[in-house]
Design a protein around this ligand. Structure first.
Ligand code: FEO
Length: 393
């Protein structure tokens, strides 16, 4: 008897990946309040057995034991690498060693980059083309090119008989709770965080991939992070919205304040927006969870940035927030900046330089010298009204 539970998603298809309950940071940047998982799937056909993806460094032994709970980790015929990043591919060299007859299948680009990352013999790697199929015996895999989600080599694998899509990072969520999405009330928020952090900069490629799989009968989606969607309608609907860049009457407000002025200005704008029926997600940059910020940027129509000038430029924490807005490429349409300075400004110029190339329309800005006067507050409130009008238009 094994201690490992390996859910059978469909006949002879097992979830054999691992949960990393205590990991708290990804890419040395992204907070993981619920840990994450490195999912792998074992498919036992009548003639051949395939493993889809593998696990992060340090979890190889647990993967082998989980495979053993459903089959034989030394009797694999095919190792499918949907994505070369080490959180999904690190066990592949060892698996190839344990399975001398196994072939590693991956996209054409994957067949190149795998050698940059892992010691894998070239004659064990076989590139697959878009639309290629592999019959395992009653289980036919179809390979679908889905590049830049979020690396150049990414692809999906579709199991035809069971309508099971294995899209690797796409549709992923950093959460350890539940094997199935409907067992975790927080799955869709975790998926939104994940989308904002990882996929949003590649929204166009995501939309293209969704279009490509739109003709498939997808009964389940089994990504490589987080739970399996045994009813994928809602996550597909959300991904269509998110990749299309649909925004809501909603703003994200981020501030950092040294003596309270930038905080007062930001919160005054929040009050105006809310009084106009606009939802606002407010973040103090000194304590903000960047994952939550990314999630709220997915469908926000405006950004409010509040920050003082420090040493002739914007406060470094606000700089990080503005830089994130720039590189995550959210569909935000409007922005305002509010702040203050002691004797010389610089923050506004800094913001204009940063956000200018993003296409975000800077509706207005206001900076006070020293503490806010009643007249300053009036100007900020008017700025808030201008922003509200744009958001609602
Ligand atoms: Fe989960 Fe791009 O690796």
């Amino acid at each position: 008897m094994t201690m490992y539970h390996v859910p059978e998603l469909a006949p002879a298809v097992f979830a054999v990946g691992v949960k990393d309950w205590s990991r708290r940071l990804f890419d040395a940047l992204i907070p993981l309040p619920e840990g994450t998982t490195y999912n792998a799937y074992l498919i036992k056909g009548q003639r051949h057995t395939a493993l889809i993806d593998s696990v992060n460094p340090g979890f190889e032994e647990e993967l082998f034991q989980r495979i053993a709970a459903a089959g034989d980790p030394t009797a694999l015929d095919y190792l499918v690498m949907n994505h070369a990043e080490p959180d999904h591919a690190n066990a592949l060299p060892k698996l190839l060693e344990m399975n001398p007859r196994a072939t590693l299948l991956t996209s054409k680009k994957g067949a190149q980059v795998v050698h940059d990352l892992f010691p894998v013999p070239a004659d064990r790697v076989r590139p697959v083309a878009d639309g290629d199929t592999l019959d395992l015996g009653g289980k036919r895999l179809r390979f679908i090119d889905a590049p830049m989600l979020h690396w150049p080599e990414t692809m999906f694998t579709y199991l035809e008989e069971d309508g099971l899509l294995f899209p690797c990072d796409f549709f992923g969520a950093h959460t350890t709770y539940g094997w199935y999405a409907d067992e975790n009330g927080n799955t869709l928020r975790a998926a939104k965080r994940y989308y904002g952090e990882i996929m949003m900069p590649y929204a166009k490629m995501g939309a293209r991939a969704l279009e490509k799989i739109s003709g498939l009968e997808i009964r389940q989606i089994a990504p490589s992070h987080g739970p399996v969607y045994r009813d994928p309608k809602e996550i597909l609907r959300l991904y269509r919205r998110w990749t299309a860049g649909e925004t809501e009457e909603k703003a994200v407000a981020v501030y950092v304040s040294m003596w309270g002025s930038s905080e007062r200005f930001t919160k005054a704008i929040v009050e105006v927006l809310e009084s106009n029926g606009i939802r606002v997600a407010l973040y103090d940059a000194t304590v903000a969870d960047l994952g939550e910020l990314a999630a709220d940027l997915v469908d926000a129509r405006a950004v409010v940035l509040g920050a003082p000038t420090v040493l002739n430029g914007i406060h470094p924490l606000a700089l990080t927030a503005a830089h994130l807005v720039k590189i995550l490429k959210p569909p935000v349409k409007y922005g305002v900046f509010v702040g203050s300075y002691g004797w010389g400004g610089g923050a506004l110029k800094h913001v204009q330089e940063l956000l200018g190339p993003t296409g975000i329309d800077l509706v207005g800005a206001f900076e006070s010298r020293g503490r806010p006067t009643p007249e300053d507050m009036q100007q900020v409130l008017q700025l808030g009204e201008r922003l509200a009008t744009r958001i609602k238009a």
